[in-house]
Design a protein around this ligand. Structure first.
Ligand code: SER
Length: 612
């Protein structure tokens, strides 16, 4: 233990251990970090230490311990906490970082949380007590009293702030929340002006070290408090890299030992030393930070894709690659950095070592793919930028960016960033409307329609109808009316016995083929006849068509009809559907989190499951 006033320089693993040991001695169970992919559909990534404990705070599950402590992997990119575009440009932002936290589930509350935080900082880590300030929620007299009377902080060092100013913590979604109190460390006049006494203290100088959240309320999606949690809890979070920055007495989080190593390798790759030129430094920081986030994401099972988590990963790879190219380096390099990430962090996070081969393969492929896109697209983009500038305009048309995207797969956000660097904006609304038209065209082309035989004639017929109302989740039989009949591609007013064709109803319980699931079969009957449905599909977007044959009498337009799905068929589909979930689960269990479903075919008695 150090004495207050003498900071103890520690390497990163000693810092983690000191933290965990301190709380172990105070009755906390040490809980391993959970995956960056949370078991929580409301979140894109694990965005704080409390995510894995959320059900305990909400009272949905009984915690197996009343006190816990962890070092948690965090990703803040996408969603409420989105720092992606900031990274590299500031000295304070990461997408991926580690967070130290201690938690109480209806056990201790404000007093112990504050006293222990103070003890660990000033004695365990040896920080000078006279450097600290505390912010508190504006009306939280209880915590003010602990800081003032039990810790001995002078009243002038206790800053009362509102929810908007940041002293109320929530997850940005419905869930637990509460007042918080932050401990700030004053780095002195070398880091900016003195606190003026109103609003938030300037962040470069007054570094937020530890956030103590008194998790006591429940909020809805609109972030309005709707009641109390079953118990009063504590959730604390201390940004690991910031703490290490102060302990190692370096100016930014990019100067701590682990990041210095990564930045060193990045500058060996692209040349030029760190700290000589601002623009070059941005590139080095982006390369170092993103390669770390990329490695951790892949190790937790994220693969590049065009949506959700996979898209964040893709953006990180692209952004890192692009900033290297901005610095004049245009060969693939990322795997050199991700190897160093595995080596640097592998001891604390063995999943990196276990997945080293996968990280290498995924990053290599993604980077090479993007390299081709970038090379081809840049030539076109640069000449467009020049043309716009020559004309004295300040905006690139959405059509130009769409062409780039359509021809080379060049991403909008990269085009926007490059244009921004040249002082130009991009008409993204126009880009979106071109994308929409293209998506609709592609969708129409993909649909083969009833039995694959639909021509443009049938499209025209179908486009006269409003959307089919689908009630198949609630019902298997529905009373409806015949809205259209098609005989091949022609619209007809009657389908006679024995003829094949298509029936369109205004309401149906028949599930159309989609997402790998086969369409429903069954029967449509009217007063005049019966129609056996052998397949159900989308005719055009919004309009469901039933394909089959008239088995008795005739079916007439405008007839009242009763449409019944075959229960046996449905049941078979459900069973196969359940089976795909079981297979997915088993594959993830055996192969790891990266075994992701890519597609499937679900039929009664038969299924196919594609995975990566
Ligand atoms: N949940 C809070 C935070 O993320 C404290 O851990 O800051």
């Amino acid at each position: 233990m150090g004495r207050g006033g003498k900071v103890i320089a520690m390497d990163t693993s000693t810092v983690r251990n000191t933290f965990l040991e301190f709380f172990r001695e105070r009755g906390h169970t040490i809980v391993p970090a959970s995956s960056l992919i949370p078991d929580d559909p409301t979140l894109l990534f694990t965005n704080s230490g409390m995510v894995q404990f959320k059900p305990y705070f909400e009272g949905v599950k009984v915690p197996p311990y009343a006190r816990a402590a962890s070092v948690q992997k965090i990703m803040r990119a996408g969603g409420k906490h989105n720092d992606l575009e900031e990274v590299g440009k500031t000295s304070r932002h990461f997408t991926f970082f580690e967070m130290l936290g201690n938690f109480s589930f209806g056990d201790y509350f404000k007093q112990d949380a504050c006293l222990w935080a103070w003890e660990l900082l000033t004695q365990g880590f040896g920080f000078d007590p006279s450097r600290f300030w505390a912010t508190i929620y504006i009306d939280d007299d209880e915590v003010a009293s602990v800081w003032e009377h039990e810790v001995g902080l002078s009243v002038s060092r206790i800053i009362r702030l509102t929810r908007d100013e940041g002293n109320f913590w929530d997850m940005g979604v419905a869930g637990p929340c509460g007042y918080n109190s932050e401990l700030l460390y004053d780095r002195g006049p070398g880091f900016g002006p003195k606190y003026s006494g109103s609003g938030e203290p300037p962040g470069e100088r007054y570094i937020e070290v530890w956030n103590l959240v008194f998790m006591q309320f429940l909020q809805n999606d609109a972030c309005e408090v709707i009641g109390d949690l079953p118990a009063k809890n504590v959730d604390t979070g201390m940004g690991f890299e910031r703490l290490v920055m102060l302990l190692q007495d370096v100016p930014t989080i990019f100067d701590i030992d682990t990041m210095v190593r990564l930045i060193g390798v990045a500058s060996e790759i692209i040349g030029g030393r760190y700290g000589q030129n601002d623009k070059h430094d941005v590139s080095l920081r982006v390369m170092a930070e993103h390669s770390r986030a990329i490695s951790f994401l892949i190790a937790d099972g994220v693969l590049p894709s065009n949506e959700g988590r996979g898209y964040v990963l893709r953006r990180l790879v692209r952004r890192a690659a692009r900033f290297a190219r901005k610095a004049g380096f245009d060969k693939p390099f990322l795997t050199t950095l991700t190897e160093v990430v595995v080596d640097t962090f592998g001891e604390a996070y063995p999943e990196l070592v276990r997945n080293a081969g996968l990280i290498d393969k995924v990053v290599r492929r993604e980077e090479v793919q993007f390299d081709t896109t970038l090379r081809q697209g840049l030539v076109m983009l640069e000449s467009e930028i020049q043309a716009v500038k020559d004309k004295g305009d300040r905006q690139l048309s959405g059509e130009t960016i769409f062409k780039l995207h359509d021809t080379y797969g060049f991403p909008l956000e990269i085009a926007t960033e490059i244009a921004g660097e040249e002082g130009l904006s991009v008409d993204s609304a126009q880009f979106e409307s071109h994308m929409k038209v293209q998506r609709e065209r592609a969708r129409a082309a993909r649909k083969t329609g009833p039995g694959g035989s639909r021509s443009m004639g049938a499209d025209e017929v179908l486009s006269q109808f409003s959307k089919t109302e689908f009630v198949g989740y609630e019902k298997q039989t529905v009373e409806s009316q015949v809205a259209a009949l098609l005989n091949g591609t022609q619209d007809v007013s009657t389908l006679t016995e024995g003829s094949e064709g298509v029936v369109v109803l205004d309401t149906t319980a028949f599930y159309p083929e989609g997402g790998g699931q086969i369409g429903d079969i069954g029967e449509i009957s009217t007063a005049a006849g019966r129609f056996e449905v052998t397949d159900t599909r989308w005719g055009i977007p919004g309009v469901i068509v039933h394909k089959g044959r008239v088995t008795a009498g005739e079916i007439n337009i405008s007839d009242v009809a009763s449409a019944s799905v075959s229960a046996e068929h449905r049941q078979g589909v459900h069973q196969s559907h359940t089976a795909t979930h079981i297979i997915h689960w088993a594959l993830r269990d055996v192969l790891g989190e990266h075994a992701r479903q890519q597609g499937s075919l679900v039929e009664p008695g038969r299924l196919r499951f594609d995975f990566s």
